[in-house]
Design a protein around this ligand. Structure first.
Ligand SMILES: Nc1ncnc2c1ncn2[C@@H]1O[C@H](COP(=O)(O)OP(=O)(O)OP(=O)(O)O)[C@@H](O)[C@H]1O
Ligand SMILES: [Mg+2]
Length: 303
């Protein structure tokens, strides 16, 4: 890291024999060097890890659904949370998106503790969960859906009594978003009229309208046919530029093709972490999915 390297170089430039007392800024710098050398992980954490959890625990009436989960989501990554049925993925995701409160543990975003923040508070900080399909307004056009999301993002409420003309300035941005998610040709169709896969694309567009720094996707390809899966996978990859994505995903083809890092959950605990190449060869992971460690992870999805 730039700063780190610079400071370490500084210790070499100024040998220890030098009297620092007369030179306050320099002395401060040396103190920083000592601190950085003692706790290098603290500096690294702020620069590279966007979201992290420390020992998250969630119990449901004595049943531990999320058991001591410590995650690190690196800035710029597509990070996938996978695991067999009942592993605790959704519960973990609900903790991160504030739908549930942990029994213990901490959630840290950009170095700040957000454990006690509400969903609305984390949204203001740039952590946005993709809206559920039910949140799409079925009787408004695709364009209007995106435009409302843009208004919400700008802190404006939707003033139904305002003349249509006052909303036109949002059109350019809305069309831009529709183009990004390949929905231009559907702009004037009603939300309800969209095919399933396109609804998810609209959901992604309305999330992008908030310009999230961390975008959380909950099984984005669930229930889709092959063609839609491929389209939404490519879309996630495309919109991941300049942002970080954390997604719960069952489909191993999706995970293997776009995830930079994968955390595998089993019975509430992380059993493996790393690239697809690494986790897909992990005997414990293969065992968790297939019940035998010589199996292939490919096709382990149940979507
Ligand atoms: N509100 C709840 N009350 C009681 N138990 C719950 C609750 N929510 C989840 N669980 C239990 O916690 C465990 C983890 O559930 P979770 O839904 O997080 O799993 P998952 O990994 O998302 O599974 P799937 O792949 O089937 O979606 C399961 O055994 C589930 O029955
Ligand atoms: Mg689930």
């Amino acid at each position: 890291m730039q700063l780190h390297a610079h400071r370490i170089d500084s210790t070499r430039i100024y040998p220890e024999e030098r009297d620092f007392t007369a030179d306050k800024p320099l002395r401060l710098e040396v103190l920083m060097v000592c601190w950085i050398n003692k706790f290098p992980e603290r500096l690294t954490m702020h620069h590279e890890t966007l979201l992290e959890t420390h020992n998250l625990i969630k119990e449901f009436k004595g049943f531990v659904a999320v058991n001591d989960v410590s995650l690190k989501v690196q800035k710029g990554h597509i990070h996938a949370l996978i695991g067999p049925n009942g592993a605790g993925k959704t519960t973990c995701f609900n903790l991160l998106t504030k739908f549930l409160t942990p029994n213990s543990g901490r959630i840290v975003f950009k170095g700040l503790d957000i454990t006690k923040d509400s969903a609305a508070q984390i949204a203001l900080k740039g952590v946005i969960r993709s809206f559920q399909i039910s949140a799409i307004f079925p009787n408004l056009s695709v364009l209007e859906n995106v435009r409302i999301a843009l208004q919400r993002s700008a802190g404006m409420s939707y003033h139904f009594w305002k003349p249509e003309s006052s909303l036109h300035h949002l059109h350019a941005k809305a069309f831009d978003l529709l183009e990004q998610v390949d929905l231009l040709e559907f702009a004037h169709k009603l939300g309800a009229e969209l095919p399933y896969g396109r609804k998810r694309a609209l959901e992604i567009a309305t999330t992008l309208a908030m310009d999230p720094e961390l975008m959380l996707l909950d099984e984005p390809t669930q229930g889709m046919g092959l063609e839609d899966v491929a389209r939404v996978t490519a879309l996630i990859k495309k919109v991941s530029e300049n942002r970080t994505i954390l997604m719960v995903e069952h489909n191993m083809k999706v995970v293997s093709s776009i995830a930079d890092c994968i955390s595998v959950l089993q019975r509430g605990q992380i059993i493996a972490e790393g690239s697809y190449e690494v986790v897909s060869k992990n005997p414990q992971v293969l065992d968790a999915y297939m019940g035998r460690s010589d199996a292939s992870l490919e096709g382990a999805h149940h979507a």
